[in-house]
Ligand binder design. Structure first.
Ligand SMILES: [Zn+2]
Ligand SMILES: [Zn+2]
Length: 306
């Protein structure tokens, strides 16, 4: 099994606290890194959590509120100090590109690597390694997106006895069939479906960014293996969540239950709560498979059929 690891780099909302930095999440599989949001100080977390500055990396920004984006400049600068050469892909609202270009110019940042910017819009916004990332409009006080990181389906289980019966010699040809490619044996083509079971689903990770719950997000996040959702407020502070266009822990849990996700991680906690224990407890009353994110927490995402 190839590991798919989610690391929470920052889990506070609006302002950092003693224990929580500003929003950022890293998804890692083999050499690929996807960063979701880039709160201030993210480069220090990237270093301390062993994410690496020279990996194949894409950054997806949900919206242009300072707490989600100001870490980007520091991260780019630190990557340059590390002599990064690989291109960096950045996806976000259109004004993000302008902000980056103007600031990089004013600060004479002289990046050592190219930045490939693409504008966030509903639909597929990124393909990288085994991943496809889709965006959907979130419901926040400014233009904002939620992202769904989907891993490609894996080929089905390989049946050696079927391959042998068809005269396919063990070795390179078996490996090709296992990877979903056809082979030619004794003047005949053998296709993968003849020697493998049906394709197995890849893993799905949903990230809401800042948002109110909505029917659109409910269907967007349907069947996620891990859903990371805005949980700025406790259920008793729902009026504040409505006013500031965020969600409560209870609303996050309701979305998780209705969308039939496997696991829910609450994040983006308001600094007003010294402990988030009561938020998790409330969410678990609706959706038991709930955890609270904290800075440095690593979650291994399992395959849906495991
Ligand atoms: Zn925020
Ligand atoms: Zn916001």
């Amino acid at each position: 099994m190839t590991r798919l690891t989610v690391t929470f780099l920052g889990t506070s909302s609006a302002a950092p606290t003693k224990r929580r930095g500003l929003p950022a999440v890293a998804i890692q599989k083999e050499g690929n890194v996807i960063l979701l949001d880039c709160g201030e100080g993210v480069q220090r977390q990237v270093l301390s959590q062993g994410i690496g500055l020279n990996k194949e990396t894409s950054i997806l920004v949900t919206h242009l509120h300072g707490d989600h984006v100001t870490g980007l400049l520091g991260l780019l600068q630190t990557m340059s100090m590390a002599q990064r050469k690989k291109p960096l892909k950045i996806v976000g609202p259109m004004r993000l590109q302008k902000w980056l270009e103007v600031t990089a110019d004013l600060l004479q940042m002289g990046l050592t690597f190219p930045v490939e910017f693409s504008r966030a819009k509903p639909g597929t916004v990124l393909r990288m390694g085994d991943f496809k990332v889709r965006a959907a409009k979130a419901l926040h006080s400014v233009e904002a997106y939620s992202y769904l990181v989907e891993e490609k389906n894996r080929p089905g289980i390989f049946f050696p006895e079927k391959a042998r019966a068809l005269g396919v010699p063990e070795g390179r040809m078996w490996s090709m069939l296992q990877k979903g490619r056809r082979v030619h044996v004794n003047g005949r083509t053998v296709s993968p479906s003849e020697v493998t079971g049906p394709p197995r689903l890849g893993r799905k990770i949903g990230y809401s960014g800042d948002t109110r719950p909505s029917p659109r997000l409910l269907s967007f996040f349907s069947g996620c293996d891990l859903l990371i959702f805005d949980s700025t407020f406790h259920g008793k502070d729902r009026d504040k969540a409505i006013e500031r266009k965020h969600s409560t822990c209870l609303e996050a849990a309701e979305i998780a239950r209705a969308a039939c996700v496997r696991r829910l991680a609450l994040t983006h906690f308001s600094a007003r709560y010294t402990s988030v224990g009561s938020l998790v407890k409330q969410a678990r009353s609706v959706f038991p498979q709930t955890i609270a994110a904290k800075d440095g927490l690593k979650v291994e995402v399992a395959y849906p059929d495991s």
